[in-house]
Design a protein around this ligand. Structure first.
Ligand SMILES: C[S@@+](CC[C@H](N)C(=O)[O-])C[C@H]1O[C@@H](n2cnc3c(N)ncnc32)[C@H](O)[C@@H]1O
Length: 219
């Protein structure tokens, strides 16, 4: 989506994507990434996700990128965290000891920022993009992930014609086609989560699958 779409959503606080508890797939499958304490985890399109606290509790440092200033500020203020702000050419950088959030466009995030990451976590980032922009995002993500670094990807899939995104449907075959050139892919779990998503039930979406993949950047 265009930046204006997301800025309006944050301004109006229409943030149905935000989860008020840590994502259960993250809790269940993060150990499969096998990351040492003190490793840095990249969270693209991070919003104000509480999943970043889970990663920090695992003693990782967190490096997020988020377009909207309000989202970044709310991440810290909602959780009573004091932060410092510095500026690069294209981003404002909000930081505490363990969490650093680059506020600005992921497409202008320099690859030098992510060279030292040990893992990554994409929840509601890939599926935030319509088909036309999704491939551009995959290219940008692949450029930001160093060789042999692993992470989790969480997607939703449903008949796209039954609902206007975001979130957009991303099928296992789409993942296979467009991510395989850059990543080794392991499907960890795929479950029907329709009953837990009233918006989809109300729109009579017939099925809704949530999938979690382990991705490892190819050398
Ligand atoms: C669907 S939300 C997901 C947020 C978060 N991952 C979560 O699980 O709550 C997508 C987020 O991506 C941000 N975003 C959209 N386009 C972006 C871009 N070009 N660069 C960085 N962030 C972007 C939006 O502001 C929004 O907060």
């Amino acid at each position: 989506m265009e930046p204006s779409f997301w800025h309006e959503k944050w301004q109006l606080q229409e943030i149905g994507f935000h989860q008020y508890q840590v994502n259960p797939f993250l809790v269940k499958y993060w150990p499969r990434i096998g990351l040492a304490e003190n490793s840095k985890v990249f969270v693209p399109l991070c919003g104000k996700s509480l999943d970043m606290f889970y990663l920090a509790e695992k003693r990782h440092t967190v490096l997020g990128c988020e377009l909207n200033t309000l989202a970044v500020e709310q991440f810290f203020t909602d959780n009573d965290l004091a932060y410092q702000v510095t500026h690069t050419d294209d981003h404002a950088v909000f930081s505490t000891d363990q969490v650093t959030l680059y506020q600005g466009d992921i497409f202008t995030l320099p690859t030098s920022v992510t060279t030292s990451i040990g893992g990554f976590y994409d929840r509601a980032a890939l599926i935030a993009w319509p088909e036309a922009m999704r491939q551009q995002y995959v290219k940008a993500l692949a450029a930001l992930i160093p060789a042999n670094v692993s992470g989790l990807l969480i997607t939703l899939d449903y008949p796209q014609e039954s609902l206007k995104g975001p979130p957009f449907a991303v099928s296992p075959s789409w993942v296979e086609t467009y991510l395989r050139p850059y990543f080794n892919i392991e499907l960890l779990e795929c479950v029907d989560v329709l009953a837990d998503n009233p918006r989809f039930v109300n729109k009579q979406v017939p099925w809704l699958n949530e999938a979690v993949y382990k991705l490892t950047r190819k050398p």
